[in-house]
Design a binder for this molecule. Structure first.
Ligand code: GLA
Length: 806
């Protein structure tokens, strides 16, 4: 709901309010964003009210506005007409550079006369029932979700456009707010129009500015590197500035993901005020929380201003990416669930949005570049037998691609490896009852490729200067229309050359030596943003042309994991680190801002290829199950027993897939996850043994999100246990002496499998959520019985929870 009364605007969602007013000077004062200022009753009344009844919002604004009495010391007084307005101490919706608000600005413009000062003042406002789209960038969209109070009263998405003008220079700035009431999310962006006769240079145009009337807020951001994404880091800002940014990586980045959170320092998983903040953008980004040391903090975010500027000719406009804000007073979990709902319904789109994602097998860690059709089909046959639904052929199928030094750019099949071409392989895979998917890396080129030899000018590098490579490859100049068209055409040919149901779209280096031969020298700072405009065009065209294909983004894992990519591709490969224990950290990191069904997670071989760590197959399965699930190992080389285990996992996952992928996700603690179906009738929980200690065995499973009034049956997923796991302890039971790892030990292990403990508890959601249910004992060094949980270091247990129907 968006309400206007005179100069006051209230943007209301189910549990949050965003409140602002236009000052007599024309500046827009930010009054509040956070917990709802309306009771549920007032909200409903206002939904139905006519203008006179909306007086309440004027009274509220009066109470909340900043009261100026005197000008402060050495501050700038904006104008004698509005004495003593000092912008430096005002919470504002947007801040221009140079007029006395000396804090971080939303906009910086170099005007034609050389001045750097701007002064944007309110001109008009429009409230729309329809959610609009940006012309050049991906946007959130309204899928018609309604917030229902009762049969008569509903609330729906709406949009506010505040138009501001810098009259001195003939510039117009639209601040666009979209309100999604049912998921407590508001988005913001800025669009600048050059209505003057002269060209200007935009030095920064950020998307979001959010002022708070308090200091000491905590900015939580997520950092890392290749194969170690999404490590959470907290910084409290009492004064000065805390920054989360990618400066020149040219992608949203594993070094600093664009998703951040702001909270009071005491917020916990279940309680306290938390803001989730993100950008619908994939290039270099900038977010900063600053504070003036006394009573004001400011958060801004948008395109990274370092290395950026944009020349705007008379009559042109520039769109900043859309920024996303979700608020909850129910802690990090409350915020995450709302953000997940928003991403699922207003960012991810197309055929696959609400569909359960297929269980896949990918050949990368099984074969790397060394494969032929026979090898692939052997893996595929075993995968089909295990019930896996999709076979994905990764890197190495095209051109002279036998390692990562050559071939990128040459998107024709290597018939030495695949004599019957992609179609031949896809048909055979289809014949096994599986669908077929393929890896591509369209944004890149190797110097050793026919494409580079034909079009050296398409590679990004500075003429007559040495350039630097990443993974032996160069970036194609996606700012150029001819390159975009070429890639759309080349990919269209590949995608239609066989029955392809899935595409993994990779991008494996960060930017350097950025330069386009088509851009004039004084526009080179536009390069990275123009690259993304080009990439979004290509992704838009291809996803429109191939709507049935499930696309998975990738950038050496999660190096470009953001809402811009998710606006085209419903899922992204989460990390090149497939070690289940590291993955728990990485996936927990993603889960703060991204739903489980947006990140790919696979079971891989042990010792793990990135860490040489060995963990049980069941552990690898249970962690990957909290993601877009698949396998990435040589199935054909697993033992028969392991193949059976895989088939059992696949069958279990199919049964619970909807809960894993579309349920509400809870972080029970660092090593415990849980997913609860939206109707709260089903749930799955994972517990992980980080370090096994003897005589420390009475675990409880405290759940979150179950309906306190419902009765549930909680049961563990039973697994088979190898006798060999007990080592020489077998002699405490065996009638004859068994030599550890000897022939007899091996025979017993082969023919006799123990069943793990069987746990079954019936209780109410209230008990499980509040005090938790006591689980049977762990093995503690003094005895083992049928109900003992073998729970070694790195073991997991999954618990399935189902409502008991009367
Ligand atoms: C990247 C991806 C991997 C794999 C390789 C292939 O590293 O993240 O999953 O596709 O490229 O070269």
């Amino acid at each position: 709901m968006i309400i206007r009364n005179e100069n006051v605007f209230l943007l209301q969602t189910k549990n949050s309010s965003y409140f602002l007013q236009v000052l007599p000077s024309g500046h827009v004062e930010h009054l509040h964003y956070g917990k709802s200022i309306l009771s549920r009753g007032q909200y409903e009344e206002l939904l139905r009210a006519d203008k006179e009844d909306k007086k309440i919002v004027l009274q509220m604004a009066k109470a909340m506005e900043i009261k100026h009495r005197h000008e402060g010391g050495n501050m700038i007084v904006y104008s004698p007409d509005h004495y003593p307005l000092c912008l430096e101490v005002m919470p504002l919706e947007m801040s221009s550079f140079g007029k006395g608000d000396i804090r971080e600005p939303l906009i910086e413009v170099s005007h034609a006369d050389g001045s750097l000062t701007s002064d944007f003042l309110f001109e008009s406002a429009e409230i729309l029932d329809d959610i609009s789209k940006l012309d050049t960038l991906p946007s959130s969209y309204d899928d018609g979700q309604e917030l229902k109070f009762n049969d008569e009263t509903i609330d729906k998405a709406a949009q506010l456009v505040l138009t501001l003008k810098d009259k001195e220079y003939g510039l117009r700035l639209d601040l666009i707010y979209k309100v999604y009431p049912e998921c407590d999310t508001i988005t913001r962006t800025s669009v600048l129009y050059n209505d003057s006769q002269e060209k200007i240079v935009v030095d920064r145009l950020l998307s979001n500015q959010l002022d708070f009337q308090r200091v000491g807020l905590k900015l939580t951001s997520f950092h890392g590197r290749w194969a170690d994404e999404m490590n959470m880091s907290d910084s409290i800002c009492t004064a000065g500035k805390v920054v989360n940014e990618e400066i020149s990586a040219g992608e949203s980045g594993s070094r600093s993901n664009p998703f951040t959170m702001i909270s009071g320092p005491d917020a916990t998983e279940e309680a306290g005020d938390v803001y989730g903040l993100n950008l619908i953008y994939s290039g270099n980004h900038y977010s900063a929380l600053s504070a003036n040391g006394t009573f004001l903090s400011r958060f801004v975010s948008g395109i990274q201003p370092t290395g950026f500027s944009w020349t705007l000719e008379a009559g042109e406009k520039f769109e900043a990416p859309e920024a996303v804000m979700t608020f909850s007073d129910k802690g990090f979990h409350g915020m995450s669930v709302r953000m997940h709902d928003f991403v699922r319904k207003h960012i991810v789109r197309g055929e696959w949005r609400d569909k359960e994602r297929p269980i896949l097998i990918n050949n990368w860690e099984a074969t790397y570049f060394d494969f032929d059709e026979g090898k692939l089909l052997r893996i595929a046959k075993d995968a089909a037998k295990a019930g896996i639904e999709l076979f994905v052929l990764d890197d190495g199928w095209f051109g002279k691609r036998n390692d990562d030094k050559a071939g990128l750019g040459d998107w024709t099949v290597n018939t030495k490896k695949l004599p019957d071409g992609l179609k031949g392989l896809a048909d055979k895979i289809n014949g096994l009852g599986m669908s077929f998917g393929l890896w591509v890396e369209p944004e890149m080129v190797n110097e050793d490729s026919d494409l580079f030899r034909a079009h050296p000018e398409w590679a990004v590098r500075i003429p007559n200067r040495p350039h630097s490579l990443g993974r032996n490859q160069m970036i194609l100049d996606f700012t150029r229309k001819d390159v975009q068209d070429y890639i759309i055409d080349a990919m269209s040919k590949v995608f239609s050359s066989a029955n392809i149901s899935y595409i993994k779209w990779d991008m494996n280096r960060v930017f350097s030596d950025t330069f386009s031969r088509e851009l004039p020298a004084d526009r080179m700072k536009e390069f990275t943003h123009r690259y993304y405009l080009g990439l979004y065009r290509v992704m838009g065209e291809l996803t429109k042309k191939f709507p049935k294909i499930l696309f998975e983004g990738c950038s050496s894992g999660g190096n470009r994991f953001d809402l811009g990519i998710l606006s085209y591709f419903p899922q992204i490969w989460g990390s090149d680190d497939t070690d289940a224990v590291c993955r728990m950290d990485i996936q927990r990191g993603y889960s703060y801002g991204y739903p489980v069904n947006t990140f790919g997670a696979h079971v891989s071989a042990c010792p793990n290829h990135q860490t040489l760590h060995t963990v049980p197959l069941e552990t690898r399965f249970s962690v990957a199950a909290f993601g877009c699930f698949g396998y990435e190992l040589n199935l054909s080389e697993l033992s028969d027993e392991q193949k059976k285990q895989v088939a059992d996992q696949v069958a279990f996952y199919k049964e619970w897939r909807k809960v894993f992928q579309y349920g509400d996700f809870y972080r029970l603690d660092k090593y415990r996850f849980m997913a609860v179906s939206k109707d709260k009738s089903l749930a799955v929980a994972l517990i992980f043994q980080k370090e096994c200690r003897p005589n420390d065995d009475y675990l409880a499973l405290r759940t979150m999100g179950l309906d306190p009034d419902k009765v549930y049956r909680i049961a563990n997923r039973q697994v088979k246990i190898n006798i060999k796991a007990f080592g020489s302890l077998i002699n405490t039971m065996a009638p004859i002496h068994v030599k550890q790892n000897g022939i007899i030990h091996g025979m017993i292990d082969k023919f006799y499998k123990m069943q793990s403990e069987k746990e079954e508890i019936t209780t109410t959601g209230g008990v499980a959520n509040s005090c938790g249910v006591r689980l049977g004992p762990d093995y503690g060094g003094t005895g083992y019985g049928e109900d003992t949980r073998m729970f070694r270091t790195d073991d997991t247990r999954l618990y399935v929870i189902a409502e008991v129907q009367e």
